[in-house]
Design a protein around this ligand. Structure first.
Ligand code: COA
Length: 406
């Protein structure tokens, strides 16, 4: 095989006709899929909202990446997001720079669709840092001894029952209410989310809903009872509670499995608010999947945000190898809404004195993960310190939540 460094590389959008080769490349990198899942087909590969790009050398597919049409909640606003997945370079061509060309193409298409930020789950964060992504959160699995859950205080006026098909709409609405109040989770309302109500409850032991005294659904848990008795686990794929009473009701219900399961494993992120009703400290990390973010379209991503302080901050972004972010920007907040525009170097007043953010620094600031002070310590923010407190006050420290792996 010729090496990418000295061969003609063609980057193009992949179609159903490329499915066979793409599947071979993905299987080679990530291993054969579990026989428990239906085998992928050209139709499932071309699912709505997924746009795949490939790099070809001499007609052979040598690198692959997909951009998924998502939207994420940030500060109560739905931010169009390109969720990148299926990233692989064929073994013989790794280390030759194909990844950068592929990401330029995937994110260029995403930008044209109006997606202003991009997120991904890295196998190794080092791969994506130089492409301007930084770790802003993680999707975690934690374990809790089931017997301890039996000690959770009884709910005052919330009951649990098994969800029926006609509860799924309300379950989705509970997720929406929770997600809108968080930093980072997907909206689950874009074209990429195709599961029907019936499909959502497939492959689960059950979905339990929590109902308040008025019969309102105020929480739910999706769960799977695994095999075995002694040492068995119960997997809670998702537990969302809109009230402390709902959190108590759901956790306590899982406590009722103490005689037949040793451990409850929960998929979660950040500081899970449902943990506040647990009267014990046990919460052991089983797995942590880091989540990375890149602010691809700086002006787009920083426009329309509800930010508290009316102010104007100019800044510069420098160091984007994909060539999209570098430049001068003016962020103005008027009547609590932001507008951000790109400036020419000439228009950027006092350009030489502006704060300068790296792409990773902007990712961390945008997600509210690090203060300006810490970004300076990490080398992601240099130049004038005059606006540090304003930027901190505007974008604030927060915790990123995510509940969808892709
Ligand atoms: C990950 C992968 C796509 C990277 O492709 P590649 O052609 O090796 O990428 P590049 O040579 O452009 O490397 C990009 C950067 O990532 C770093 N990198 C590559 N593999 C890495 C690893 N496993 N751990 C940490 N850093 C890594 C490189 O050192 C380089 O950083 P640098 O420019 O600062 O030196 C490729 O190795 C691969 O297909 N791996 C198997 C599948 C996989 O892990 N996919 C990622 C799914 S999220």
């Amino acid at each position: 095989m010729p090496n990418a460094a000295d061969a003609d590389v063609v980057i193009r959008t992949l179609t159903a006709a490329d499915f066979g080769e793409a599947d071979r490349l993905l299987t080679e990198a990530f291993g054969p899929r579990s026989p428990a899942n239906p085998p992928p087909t050209a139709e499932s590969y071309m699912r709505p909202g997924r746009h795949s790009c490939g790099a070809f050398i001499d007609g052979d597919l040598v690198a692959h990446a997909s951009g998924n049409e998502f939207a994420s909640w940030f500060r109560g606003v739905e931010v169009p997001t390109c969720g990148v997945g299926g990233v692989t370079v064929v073994a013989e061509h790794r280390g030759t720079g194909l990844l950068q060309s592929l990401f330029t193409s995937v994110l260029g298409e995403a930008s044209a669709r109006g997606e202003t930020i991009s997120t991904l789950f890295p196998t190794a964060p080092g791969v994506y840092r130089r492409l301007g992504y930084e770790v802003v959160g993680s999707y975690d699995t934690v374990s809790v001894p089931t017997v301890l859950l039996a000690s959770v205080a009884a709910p005052a006026a919330t009951t649990t029952r098994r969800a029926h098909l006609d509860d799924i709409g309300a379950v989705r609405a509970v997720y929406d209410t929770w997600a809108r109040a968080q930093t980072g989770p997907l909206t689950r309302r874009t074209t990429s989310f195709t599961a029907t109500d019936a499909e959502l409850s497939e492959n689960l032991t059950g979905i339990t809903v929590a109902e308040d005294a008025d019969g309102q659904r105020v929480g739910y848990a999706m769960w799977n009872r695994n095999r075995g008795l002694h040492g068995a686990t119960l997997d809670v794929e998702e537990l969302i509670a809109l009230t402390p009473d709902a959190a108590r009701a759901l956790w306590r219900m899982f406590g009722s499995f103490a005689s037949v399961t040793e451990t409850v494993r929960l998929r979660t992120s950040g500081h899970d608010v449902t943990r506040l009703v647990l009267p014990f400290t046990a919460w052991d990390m089983v797995e942590r999947l880091p989540y990375m973010l890149r602010v691809h379209d700086v002006a787009g991503a920083l426009t329309g945000l509800p930010l508290a302080v009316d102010t104007v901050v100019s800044f510069r972004v420098a160091g984007d190898v994909l060539g999209a972010m570098d430049g001068y920007y003016r962020l103005e907040i008027v009547d609590g809404r932001s507008a951000c525009e790109r400036l020419s170097a000439v228009d950027a007043k006092g350009a030489e004195n502006l704060p300068v953010l790296s792409p990773q620094g902007l990712a961390l600031l945008y997600a509210g993960r690090q203060s300006c002070g810490n970004l300076r310590l990490a080398g992601h923010l240099t130049g004038s310190t005059a606006h540090d407190t304003t930027l901190d006050a505007l974008l604030g420290a927060g915790q990123v939540h995510v509940r969808d792996f892709f």
